[in-house]
Design a protein around this ligand. Structure first.
Ligand code: SF4
Length: 329
């Protein structure tokens, strides 16, 4: 308190303009630590956290993180593409879609020897989880490939590693088989909000994605689901994605938030990078906050850093289990 008074004395007339109000990030972090996680969020509530000043988000997100995670631990995971390219889907950011001319050569599923060798190398390098990704719409009609992957999962689990897969959409029975083989987690991203989704993908629906997440959860496998920012979405879409994830009956254990890397040949090849978007917003922020009395220009942290804010929000929502932060290589 003394410090605040002293600060106000030094600030003089500026002190009356300084804001000492409590942000939504502070309020929700305190509540989460006290009462545990909830899944009855409204979009307005999430938007108010999203709009909290960035340093509040960092600070209070870290408090929740420290409360529910082993905060001195980072889990190192290695991700391997075991089947690259030639995908039938039309995800407009993805160079692996066979619909776009990106120069990527489609490959067959890697054989067991090569996959296991990569997992061993990852383990020796310190990874405790190994993730296998395959560019498929789904594995229905790929019985041989799916059996091979079940075998890879068993083998890598026997090496003492956790195993994650991302193979496209799953049916209920397939999720159960993956669980039986020892799969730890399944990644299936929602990508963006329900509203923006049809602008990005038309070959499968948002509800089909949610159905896969449901099968994974029901099978007792950890859910890894997040999205991509920089797809031309509005801030409401980021809030919408967070809202969908935060109102699932059980929150995903992992929420990867990726930033678009625009690849030549994809429909999003000319999409601005996030730093360009930030620069535009920063300029707008300066304009919006020019002080007409003093002529001084000010900016708002939200205008500059809202992309970062969505990442920090993970800590507030993904707070059920005591587990280390993931670092995927
Ligand atoms: S389903 Fe996956 S691999 Fe296929 S186009 Fe979409 S993101 Fe790419």
């Amino acid at each position: 308190m003394l410090m605040i008074r002293s600060l106000r004395t030094q600030l003089g007339p500026w002190a009356s303009r300084a804001s000492f109000s409590t942000s939504a990030a502070a309020v929700e972090a305190e509540r989460t630590i006290r009462d545990g996680y909830r899944n009855d969020w409204s979009k307005e509530e999430i938007k108010s956290i999203y709009d909290s000043p960035i340093l509040d988000l960092v600070f209070h997100g870290a408090q929740v993180h420290r409360h529910v995670h082993k905060f001195r631990e980072v889990q190192q995971c290695t991700l391997l593409s075991i089947k690259t390219g030639g995908c039938s889907e039309d995800c407009s950011y993805c160079p692996q879609s066979s619909r776009y001319d990106t120069g990527l050569k489609a490959q067959r599923l890697m054989n067991k020897g090569a996959v296991v060798a990569a997992a061993k190398k990852a383990k020796e390098a310190g990874s405790t989880r190994f993730c296998m990704g395959a560019a498929w719409r789904d594995t229905v009609g790929r019985k041989t490939n799916f059996s091979q992957i079940l075998d890879y999962v068993k083998e890598i689990r026997d090496m003492g590693m956790e195993v994650c897969c991302t193979l496209g959409m799953l049916e209920k029975q397939q999720a159960l088989e993956l669980k039986k083989a020892g799969l730890t987690a399944y990644n299936h991203n929602l990508d963006t909000s329900r509203e923006h989704y049809p602008n990005i993908i038309t070959t499968r629906t948002y509800d089909e994605r949610l159905e896969t997440l449901q099968y994974v959860r029901e099978a007792g496998i950890s859910v890894c689901s997040g999205g991509i920012i920089g797809l031309g979405e509005a801030e409401e879409d980021r809030v919408g994605l967070l809202h969908t994830l935060a109102t699932l009956p059980n929150h995903p254990e992992s929420v990867p938030i990726n930033a678009l890397v625009a690849v030549k040949g994809t429909p999003l090849q000319d999409q601005k990078t996030l730093s360009d978007t930030h620069r535009d917003r920063e300029e707008k922020g300066f304009e919006a906050y020019s002080d007409s009395n003093t002529g001084l220009r000010q900016t708002t942290p939200t205008a500059i850093t809202s992309d970062l804010a969505s990442v920090d929000l993970q800590s507030l929502y993904n707070s059920q289990a005591e587990r280390p932060l993931h670092l995927r290589l």
